[in-house]
Design a protein around this ligand. Structure first.
Ligand SMILES: Cc1cc2nc3c(=O)[nH]c(=O)nc-3n(C[C@H](O)[C@H](O)[C@H](O)COP(=O)(O)OP(=O)(O)OC[C@H]3O[C@@H](n4cnc5c(N)ncnc54)[C@H](O)[C@@H]3O)c2cc1C
Length: 385
């Protein structure tokens, strides 16, 4: 596959400005502030903002290129970056010109970061079914909700929070701003997270937070689920596929480097043993398959092809399943050294598990793909939640 200029530039950038923070942010379980300062400086935060608002006017293909390149160095940096873009697509999908202009301007001029606060403790994986409360009071909507995991918590300025619409049947998204009275990030609950540490996805408690009605994303109240399915799901799912394809590439590089380095008294190294060669071949093959399907799904989506969404779901399904399997093979080759903390094997293996959990989760993703292929509605009424 011929690599795009966007990918090659992002890759070189990530090697210089993202990779050096990999160990630190994992060990300290903190946001990759230094890397994001450089990401902002280099203009990546405005990648998908239309040129009329001062952005670069790029689309989903470049989004996938950059998410993948960042994640090849640090998966959680790719993830925070991906959520920022997805938030912007959500706001633009909502169609409220004044809000779109205001947020795009803040990103372009001040490098404001953005994030999504959709999943909740009560409804979990069924993120499209918020249980919080939103009540109109004058010019404000008073929001009470408990969101379970919010990427870039405290580092982002804007958070899209989905709530039952106070104006219509259905869901609205309200843009909550960092520091609004009544909002608390419960960062101590993230400290024990298994992987994707720099993602800092902690809970966000909103207790009667007054959010201006002007911060509602949807032009038409109650249409939040449609916006979510059309504007959020495709770049989110493709972004995750790109991220986990990137994590697999890092696993491959780490495995090859170790196999060639680890030498026995005979002078042979691990890489000269057939089983190591077998495992390296398997990781390479699966990574390439995931890469190819991710780009094919991205192409099909950008071209508006009829079967694009099936490919979009399939590429994430493949990448999140394969990354866990490939982490297992990498650990076999890395063996004692990897287990004892050499290089990045352990972080990559821990990061791999995040892919299965993020909404709609591995199982729901299979169901959504199956339903789409069978011509059924993706989201069916749940009687058990
Ligand atoms: C690294 C990371 C970053 C995240 N970032 C964000 C973020 O930025 N914003 C955000 O909103 N959320 C975020 N999340 C949260 C994520 O989306 C939630 O973890 C997710 O919603 C799962 O919630 P839960 O654990 O309560 O799952 P549960 O609802 O408890 O579901 C558990 C499992 O039950 C099964 N299940 C339940 N119902 C069904 C069904 N009807 N059909 C099939 N299977 C079913 C599935 O196997 C599912 O995985 C993040 C998560 C991770 C790991």
């Amino acid at each position: 596959m011929a690599e795009s200029e966007t990918y090659l530039q992002a890759k070189a950038f990530a090697k210089e400005h993202v990779a050096p923070w990999s160990k630190t942010v994992d060990e300290e379980g903190r946001f990759a502030t230094e890397a994001f300062e450089k990401i902002a400086e280099a203009g990546y935060l405005k990648l998908i903002i239309p040129t009329e608002y001062g952005g670069q006017g790029k689309g989903v293909e470049e989004h996938v290129d950059v998410c993948r390149a960042f994640a090849e160095e640090v998966g959680s940096v790719g993830l925070c970056y991906m959520m920022h873009n997805v938030f912007l697509w959500e706001v633009m999908g909502g169609g409220r010109k004044e809000l779109i202009e205001r947020i795009c301007k803040d990103v372009v001029e001040n490098n404001a970061m953005c994030a999504l606060a959709h999943s909740e403790f009560p409804t979990g994986i069924h993120f499209y079914n918020p249980t919080g409360k939103a009540v109109i009071d004058g010019d404000d909507v008073v929001v009470t909700a408990h969101k379970s995991m919010v990427t870039s918590a405290m580092a982002a300025k804007y958070y899209s929070v989905n709530v039952p619409s106070p104006l219509a049947d259905g869901v609205d998204h309200m843009v909550v701003e960092l520091g609004m009275e009544g909002s608390t990030f419960e960062m101590e609950k993230w400290r024990k997270a298994m992987g994707m540490k720099a993602n800092v996805s902690c809970p966000l408690k909103l207790e009667e937070v007054r959010v201006p009605q002007a911060n509602r994303v949807e032009e038409t109240p109650g249409t939040g689920t449609d916006i979510e399915l059309n504007s959020v799901v495709p770049p989110f799912v493709l972004g995750l596929a790109a991220i986990y394809t990137g994590v697999m590439k890092h696993l491959l590089d780490e495995t090859i480097a170790h196999a060639n380095e680890r030498t026995y008294p005979s002078g042979h190294n691990v890489g000269q043993h057939d089983l190591a060669a077998f495992n390296v071949a398997e990781i390479y093959g699966r990574q390439q398959a995931s890469l190819a399907l991710t780009y094919e799904a991205t192409r099909a989506f950008a071209a508006g092809e009829e079967d694009a969404m099936a490919k979009v779901f399939a590429c994430r399904m493949i990448s999140i399943d394969d990354v866990i399997d490939m982490a297992k093979l990498a650990m076999r080759v890395g063996a004692g050294a990897a287990y004892a903390g050499k290089g990045e094997f352990a972080r990559l293996a821990r990061d791999a598990y995040g892919g299965h959990i993020m909404a709609p989760g591995a199982d729901m993703l299979h169901l959504w793909l199956g339903r789409a292929l069978l011509g059924n509605d993706l989201i069916v009424p749940e009687t058990d939640i």
